[in-house]
Design a protein around this ligand. Sequence first.
Ligand SMILES: Nc1ncnc2c1ncn2[C@@H]1O[C@H](COP(=O)(O)OP(=O)(O)OP(=O)(O)O)[C@@H](O)[C@H]1O
Ligand SMILES: [Mg+2]
Length: 438
Amino acid sequence: VAWLTDRIFFKNGYSSEALLFDITHIMADTIDLEKMQKKVLSAIMGAMKIERGAVLMVEGHKFSDGNAVRFGKNDFKKLDPLFYEKKLRPVYVFDELEEGKLKNSFRDCGVAVAVPVLAEGNFIAVFVFGQKMSGDIYEAQDINFLRVFAKESGIAIHNALSYKKIKEFSATLEKKVEDRTKELRAAHKREIEKAEEVARLKDEFVFIAAHELKTPVAAIRGFIDLISEETKHFPRDVKNSLDSISMASVHLNQLVTDLLEVARNEAGTIKLNMAPHYFRHILEIVLKELNSLINKNKIKIKLHLMSDGPILCDELKLKEVLFNLIGNAIKYNREGGDIHISAFRTPGNGLFIIEVNDTGYGIPHEKQNKVFQKFFRAAAPGTESILGTGLGLFVSRMLVEKMNGSIAFSSVEGRGSTFALTLHCADTRAVNKIIKNN
Ligand SMILES: Nc1ncnc2c1ncn2[C@@H]1O[C@H](COP(=O)(O)OP(=O)(O)OP(=O)(O)O)[C@@H](O)[C@H]1O
Ligand SMILES: [Mg+2]
C-alpha cells in the first residue's frame, strides 16, 4: 500500500491528502467568495505547478464573474461553456476529448483541464487550468485529486456565493432605506415650510383685521360716550339699550385689543413704553370704563390702597391687564358680589403688588393649571352663559411678563378667586421726573 500511495500521491512532488486538507481548511475559514477563489486557485496551481488557472462563476447559462491567474479577461469569450453537455463529466481533460467543438474551444482558450462544480445538482462554477509549467501532461493523481476537489468545493462555493449575495442585497437595501429616508426628510421639510407659511399668513391676517377694527370700535365708543352724557332726557328703555350697547362696545374693544396683542406677540413686535406711573390713576380709568358692567351686576368695589406707586410699567398695557382681571372678577362674580382691590409695596425689595379678589364662582381645582392658556375657558358650573374668548388671561400674563412682572392666582370653587400682579416700584429719580411733568 505504501508503495501504491507513493506512486499515486507523491509522483508529482505533492501529497493529495495534504493539498485536500489545505483546501478544505481554506474553504472552511473563508466566507468571502473572491478570497476563497484566489486562495484555492493558488493552492492547486502551486502544488501542481500549473501555469495559468481561473475559476468562472456560472449564472443563467453564462459565465458571470470569477477570478483568474495569468488568464486574460477575454480569454474565455470563446470557451464552450459546457452547458450543452447532456451530462456533465467530473473532469474534462483536453488530451482525452474527441475532436470537435468542445476540444477546439479548449484549444483556442489554452485550457488543458476543466472541472465543473455543482451544488445541489446545479452547475454553479467551473475551474479551468492551463498547461503545467514543465509541459508535462496531467497525470492520474491530478485528475483524481480534481475529481475529489470538485465534489468538496461545491457546497463551500455555494455558501460563499449566498453570503456575497446577501451582503450585496443588504447593501442595496441600506442604500434604498437611506434614499427613502432622505426623500421623506425632504418631504417633511416641505410640509413644515408650508405649515409655517400658512401660520404666518394667519398671524398676518389676524393682525391686519384686529388693527383695522380698532379705529371703528374706538369711534363707536366715542359716540356712545357722547350720547350717554345726555341720557337724563331719554326714556328708560332707550337708556337701557344704550347701556347694553355701551357694555358690548367695551367688550368688543377688549377683544380687539387682546387679539392685537396676541398677533403682535407672535410677530415679535410688542413695544413697551416703560415709565413710572401712579397706580391709582390707572385704576380709576379702568374702573370708569367698566362702570356700566359693575352697575348692571350690582357689584360693590372695595379699594385697599396701602401704597400708591409709582410703579414702573407701560401705562396702556397695565390698563389692559387690569381691565382683563377686573373684568373677569365682575363677569365671574355672583350678582351683588364684592370685589376687593388691594395695592401695597413689599418692604425692602421694591416690589409692588396688586390683588383683585372676587366673591364669585371660582375656578375648579382640576382646571386651574390651564387658566393662562390661549383660548382656555374653565366653564365652571353657573358660568356657562358668560361670554368670553379665553384670551384675557393669556394676554395679561404675556404683558405682565414683558413688564418684568409676574401673575399668580388662588381660587376656591364656589367661593371666589384672587389674582395677584407683581410689578416693580419706580425709583425716586423717576418719581421726581413724573412730578415735574405733571
Ligand atoms: N375671576 C375669575 N373667577 C372665576 N373664573 C375665572 C376668573 N377669571 C378667569 N376665570 C376662568 O378662566 C377662564 C379664562 O379667562 P380669560 O379671561 O382668559 O378668558 P375669558 O374671560 O373667558 O374670555 P376673554 O378673552 O373675553 O377674557 C375663564 O373662561 C374662566 O373660566
Ligand atoms: Mg376674561
